[in-house]
Design a protein around this ligand. Sequence first.
Ligand SMILES: [Fe+2]
Length: 217
Amino acid sequence: MTTPELLGFQITHRAMRGETRRLAVLATELAEGRQTADVARAAAVGAYVTRLCAGIHHHHVSEDEVLWPVIERSAGAEVDLRDLSDDHSELDPLLAEVVGQAATFASTVSTGDASRLAALLTRLADMLDEHIEEEERLLFPIIMKYVSVADWEKVEKAVRKGGDIRTELPRIEEYARPEELVRLRRMAGPVLTVLLSLLRGGHRRRRRMIYGPLADG
Ligand SMILES: [Fe+2]
């Protein structure tokens, strides 16, 4: 391969956006009484929101600490990362607020109020949509043009390290389109198939608990 393979990053971005939006919709429906949560479901939602936010934070830290320096070294004056860095600084306190509110929701579910959590998750989903669209539009062409395959592999390794494989790997299967999954399987080899089959059951159980019995995936 002579150019970096961006598919893994693309799917991670898609999953981060998709899950944040899906949780925002769920919290809104809970707040409006269109769905209900008992203690177990509220705990599962709270824990999942916390894990998702930790994953998003980790992704941004990896970008700040590993990807940005690689881009600056490879592309120099071609790119200005300040807006994207500012977005990360703005997203950080919001992520912390979401995590705090998820814990509050999980511990006070008897009052049934998810409205604050819904508002925060909706704001987070909107900001992530905008940030990730901008990041892909601005950086993907630069990465393809200037970053070496070896440097890109270092970035991907840093992103993977410290990630939550139990949540993030099965999510790839959910968010990758069929032809993308074929490509990923070809790149990763049989280990991906084995890991996915090991993690699939637990992932589905957690999703049914969070999103309800009709949740796919
Ligand atoms: Fe970012």
